[in-house]
Design a protein around this ligand. Structure first.
Ligand code: PLP
Length: 382
């Protein structure tokens, strides 16, 4: 069976994790701050706050931006459910902005129309969460400028995109956003098993997220509200969580991040093999905007209307190729349908969903496997 995504674990990764197991700190040691520094170096953001998942990091990001009851957060319907759920965790409501049907990324024109209407109706969102689908950057200049002109904060969900760039800026640099979140789940670009990180250039946002990550507790005596009673003393200032990343996870991340460039180069090399083959077949692929270097988390093809996607999906799986579909539009999830969404609410997202098929793409995918995948798909296209 060829999976659609898979981690690459080296002997050095194993040694890095084992060394931590034999060290003094399994959590709250030096590995997490070191990993956060590496993330800053890669993204050129000023601050990074690591968490035990991207889902937690999205929750922390929403809270730091003040999302709460009575607020609304907008995201893309073509994403993993976590991009929307994070707003509900804060007691806010969720709405969606339709996507471009060829990229699955938030459509700036749809955003502009929706912002205009929301302003007229006095229901502008507090936060907007565009998602860099497949690792391909959204048009952040357009989205960021629109958000700014309507006074809306921005969290980029870059779970797919560590190491990617657009118009010469690294994803995560937060040029047009307040916070960017990355995921390190094993199918993503680099892994910490479970794990995520939030980057920002705002010291206060970073501090707030770091505090909420660890119970809302502070240990810095200058920030204390009561007199410091001694070395044991700490104060809880807000209702935080335990969203900490462990030292084992951060050690794996510190080891993985050294191979980030080679992972992305390998992914892009495999992608060009796919693109060459599919061009000859006239098959549409989801590709990045111009002036982008994508981390290429996912290789997605858009099957033509006349083909039965389910039949092709089933036949690929029967051949041992574990294709996937990214994503079921979030507004069509029963949980969201119950909250008032309906079919046809976001027609471009639904179009994308009906046509998309994710093919295997990960650094250890071999050329032979890729040939087999291409040949099998070619055979099914008839
Ligand atoms: C994977 C993913 C998440 C959640 O990441 P976790 O680290 O598993 O919590 C959120 N958003 C998107 C777009 C993702 O792909």
């Amino acid at each position: 069976m060829i999976p659609y995504g898979r981690q690459n674990i080296s002997d050095e990764d194993v040694e890095a994790v084992t060394a931590v197991l034999k060290s003094d700190f399994l959590t709250q040691g030096p590995q997490v701050p070191q990993f956060e520094q590496s993330i800053c170096a890669v993204t050129s953001a000023k601050y990074a706050v690591a968490a035990n998942s991207a889902t937690s990091a999205l929750h922390l990001a929403c809270l730091a931006l003040g999302v709460g009851q009575g607020d609304c957060v907008w995201t893309s319907p073509i994403t993993f459910v976590a991009s929307a759920n994070c707003a509900l965790y804060c007691g806010a409501s969720v709405n969606f902005v339709d996507v471009n049907r060829l990229t699955g990324n938030m459509c700036p024109e749809a955003l502009e129309r929706k912002l205009k209407q929301a302003k007229a109706d006095d229901c502008l969102p507090k936060v907007l969460i565009p998602v860099h689908m497949a690792g391909h950057s959204c048009d952040m200049q357009a989205i960021g400028q629109l958000a700014k002109s309507y006074g809306v904060k921005v969290i980029e969900d870059a779970s797919h995109g560590i190491g990617g760039s657009h118009q010469g800026r690294m994803i995560g640099a937060c040029q047009y956003s307040d916070i960017t979140v990355f995921s390190f789940h094993p199918v993503k670009i680099i892994t910490t098993a479970e794990g995520g990180v939030a980057t920002t250039n705002d010291a206060l946002l970073a501090e707030t997220m770091a505090q909420l990550r660890s119970h809302g507790i502070i240990r810095n005596s200058e920030a204390m509200l009561r007199p410091d009673e001694g070395d044991w003393y700490y104060e809880q200032h807000s209702l935080g969580f335990n969203y900490r990343m462990t030292e084992l996870q951060a050690a794996l991340g510190n080891s993985q991040i050294k191979r980030l460039d080679s992972f992305i180069a390998r992914r892009n090399k495999l992608v060009s093999g796919y693109l060459d083959a599919f061009k000859a077949l006239g098959l549409k692929c989801v590709t990045p905007l111009e002036e982008s270097h994508s981390a290429y988390h996912l290789m997605i093809v858009l099957l033509p209307d006349e083909l039965d996607r389910k039949a092709i999906f089933d036949a690929m799986r029967a051949a041992g190729i574990w294709v996937h579909v990214h994503y079921i539009p979030v507004h069509l999830q029963p949980y969201y349908l119950k909250r008032g969404f309906a079919e046809q609410d976001f027609p471009e997202a639904e179009y994308f969903y009906r046509h998309c098929l994710t093919l295997p793409l990960f650094p250890d995918l071999t050329e032979e496997e890729q040939c087999f995948i291409i040949d099998t798909l070619r055979g099914l296209l008839g």
